[in-house]
Design a protein around this ligand. Sequence first.
Ligand code: NAD
Length: 427
Amino acid sequence: MATAVKPDIKLEPSPNPFEVAQQQLDEAAELLELDTAIHHLLRWPLRELHVTLPVRMDDGSTKIFHGFRVQYNDARGPTKGGIRFHPDETIDTVRALAAWMTWKTAVVDIPLGGAKGGVICNPKELSDGELERLSRAYIRQVGRMLGLKKDIPAPDVYTTPQIMAWMADEYAFMKGYNEFGVITGKPLALGGSAGREDATARGGIYCLREAGKILDIQLDGATTAIQGYGNAGSFAHKLGAELVGLKVVAVSDSRGGIYSKDGLNYSDVLAHKQNTGSVIDLPGTEAITNDALLELDVTVSIPAALESVCTVRNAADIPAKIIVELANGPTTPEADKILYKAGTYVIPDFVCNAGGVTVSYFEMVQNAYNYYWTEQLVHERLDEKMTAAFHAVHDVAQVYNVHNRLAAYLVAVNRVAEAVKLRGWVA
Ligand code: NAD
């Protein structure tokens, strides 16, 4: 009897992140009394491509991978969004992330739309050679819908500047000339921007600084827990301590977490993660699970890993005063309501983590005129954008008497809807 082939495309996780994104939009549309056709248009991606990628493995076999690129909405400009390599990737995750990119570029008011890409794979199980061949295979398929004036990818979970460099190189071969601006988050030697590496965390910490002022919460010495210790989470540790004086007492990654009531030193955790591949088992710390980390009695909680970690199941048990959402989609709509009622100040994902795309946009601008800014200038311009976006959202939340995420939707959806209308897409 033939054995069944194990499905390699997973069903949507629960809760389905795209349904969450649509539900969030629906709430904003109702409050804005949005035109019905515009509302329906904004509920769906304009375009999406599903690709199948044969990749030669080191042992000589060929493995088939599946990937996606979703261009959600380009009413305000070319679409932009990262590429995620993750074993649990689904088309609905990519759709949700592409929708959030649309709202993110609008809320920080940069002239771009939203997109996202992904490949179902576990990069930890791939050699460098296999990872390079997979990255190039993805661009050979998806490259046809990319372009400086069409769609510009960037890194996301488990994709790195090196992967962006391979992708930019493959794209250059397809075009017959270098067009580095088509991918951002590249290494500095290939037209990357100063300040891109820590931009997501830096933008989030700028927002936290503003929230601290508004709420009159002393951030210097404020206890903090960070879930996820990759690009966003590890730089949040470093910059949170450096810029506002946070005392980080717990951090975690996919293998678990660590806790120390006296605070965790950034250099020690980073060195341990670099040496062992994980934050767990750092000498002098206690073990803590990822679930327990979110329920720690801290002033600031920073989810910086994956979506839907704060749900109706645990929202009431999260005591933090401020939640700094560096991850995309960490909080479900039901959890939002519980947190709002409890008086928790949530800095919503597509505002809080918009620093990455903002500096990616700066990278595109610098690539376009082939002249590069200092790190100091990048920081100043990022601060200006993030501070303006934070206050625009905070002010709307006060006017409408709604939670910050809904306020962020009101700001962003209004801007995208205006562009849709001006372009005459909807009568
Ligand atoms: P990354 O690949 O650098 O790091 C991801 C981290 O999350 C790793 O430490 C990993 O171990 C950890 N992780 C994975 N699964 C986990 C789990 N189940 N529980 C706890 N930790 C887990 O990715 P990143 O770039 O830091 O992205 C993290 C989040 O930030 C994602 O939601 C991403 O979409 C969002 N984000 C990143 C950027 C950026 O510029 N890097 C920009 C905007 C948003």
